[in-house]
Design a protein around this ligand. Structure first.
Ligand SMILES: *Cc1c(COP(=O)(O)O)cnc(C)c1O
Length: 471
């Protein structure tokens, strides 16, 4: 290494003070905390220094100070951004696990504001003037809606399953069909949850066929529970046989064993009118006699992240007394949102109007068609939009969230093709705009599904395309 040339190179890098005098940085200082601006300037200077030293010997080194200042100003904005940000879901996947799952109903957000911005009776019995239980809050409405004797709400459904197994089957066996050893999103696998809860999995039947006699012959001294798991994200078709919950309940009663079902999604309404089949409702599951039913709060229910257990009083009371319940408990925000969401189910019509997850499922093709046309027209009207080929075409949305696999909802897509921009470039610019717009690429076109988009998403999309067209 030639020391003098290294020295020379380093002399090209402006000082932090010099940078602070430059216009974009001075402007940033007026708007952002000084510490953040200094961090950004130092990062950019460090990077410039590294780049110069790396390129040493490849011709005369140069530094563009205004460009460096602009980069530092941009870095300040990046650093000041929230990491958890609102974005536009144009994927058409309604319960998108990566994009926040279910959107909360307006009424639930009002409740969240009211309850969390003031004191409340989270653990206070107003009538008696003494300490109360947080578990009481969602329990009443859950009993009312499902017909179950009791209910308990914990952090998420994985937690609910874990708590149920730990409470009712620790050190003993749980009989499950081989066709139902589900994995959800990588980290939740029935065999793994089972072993970490301390329960022992007793697999019965085969992948495609399990009979009642398989369960019956697996029952022994060590058996604690019979369990069914809703195969929420896959479907076994062809030569298949599965034991219905009612039959399993019959067996459980005969042998004095509780039967639990992990429903996964937790649907309260019939989705058959929308062409979606195979999702048994929570009410039907309770009616079929399951001792304990577990499901998510933020899948088809359309509420906050939560794990909900409903069923007979005895197993639920035992779960409430498990010390783990304290570790899995929900806070006032979840309870406020959940109670408000559940109340909407008192009137099914109201539920479909006000719960975004259900509203998106129920959106009609004619409504989607007109929304897609309106969005296409807005993009088409942008100055300089000639390089874009914009069309509305039919496609399919998915419910997502591991619900209703292999079932599609007919929808309308806004398709953008271009001679000038590749689909990848369009996708990238939209994803990096603020707020980000997340669409998808299919057969050489960029696609946006209007089913999962709100009216308020139109403006971010317009701005993102405006930015693209400036390139
Ligand atoms: C989604 C799902 C879970 C996990 O629920 P979370 O609320 O995500 O913890 C468990 N079991 C089944 C069958 C599921 O579909």
């Amino acid at each position: 290494m030639d020391r003098s040339s290294t020295k020379e190179i380093l002399r090209l890098i402006p000082s932090v003070d010099a940078m602070l005098q430059m216009e974009p940085i001075a402007e940033a200082l007026a708007r952002y905390p000084r510490k953040l601006v200094l961090d950004a300037v130092r990062q950019v200077l460090d990077e410039a220094r590294d780049a110069l030293l790396k390129g040493k010997g490849s011709g005369p080194a140069e530094i563009d100070r205004p460009e460096l200042a602009a980069r530092a100003a941009e870095r300040v904005e990046q650093l000041s951004r929230f990491t958890l940000r609102r974005l536009v879901n144009a994927t058409g996947i309604i319960i998108h696990t990566n994009l926040g799952r279910s959107l909360l109903p307006e009424k639930a957000i009002e409740r969240l504001n009211l309850i969390s911005s003031g004191y409340n009776n989270l653990e206070y019995d107003i009538e008696r003037g003494e300490r109360g239980s947080r578990h009481a809050h969602a329990e009443a409405i859950l009993r009312e809606l499902t017909g179950a004797e009791a209910a308990l709400v914990v952090n998420n459904n994985a937690g609910a399953v874990f708590l149920a197994l730990n409470t009712l089957a620790k050190g003993r066996e749980v009989v499950v069909s081989r066709g139902e050893l589900v994995e959800i999103g990588g980290s939740f696998r029935i065999p793994d949850v089972m072993s970490s809860s301390g329960a022992m999995l007793r697999e019965v039947g085969t992948t495609n066929r399990t009979h009642l006699r398989d369960y019956a012959s697996a029952i022994g001294e060590q058996t604690a529970l019979l369990m069914k798991v809703h195969t929420s994200n896959y479907r076994i078709v062809g030569f298949t046989a599965e034991v219905g919950l009612d039959e399993l309940v019959g067996l459980g009663r005969e042998r004095g064993l509780p039967v639990i079902e992990d429903l996964g999604s937790g649907c309260f309404v019939d989705l058959a009118p929308f062409g979606l089949h195979g999702e048994t409702t929570v009410q039907e599951t309770v009616k079929a006699g399951a001792d304990l039913v577990t499901f998510s709060g933020d899948k088809l229910l359309g509420g906050p992240q939560a794990g909900i257990m409903v069923g007979r009083s005895d197993p639920i009371e035992r779960c409430k007394k498990n010390p783990l319940t304290r570790a899995l408990r929900v806070d006032k925000m979840t309870l406020a949102v959940l109670e408000a969401t559940l109340r909407l189910y008192r009137d099914e019509h109201q539920a479909f109007e006000q719960i975004p997850t259900l509203r998106m499922i129920a959106a009609s093709e004619s409504e989607l068609e007109s929304r897609a046309r309106a969005l296409a027209a807005i993009i088409g009207a942008l100055p300089g939009s000639q390089p874009l080929d914009i069309a509305v075409r039919p496609g399919h949305s998915q419910v997502g969230g591991g619900s209703l696999p292999a079932q599609n909802l007919p929808t309308r897509l806004v398709e953008v093709k271009s001679r000038k921009y590749t689909p990848n470039r369009i996708e990238q610019v939209l994803r990096n705009s603020d707020p980000p717009v997340i669409g998808r690429i299919e057969s050489d076109a960029f696609l946006m599904d209007v089913r999962t988009m709100a009216d308020s998403d139109t403006e971010p999309v317009r701005l993102a395309f405006e930015q693209l067209l400036r390139e």
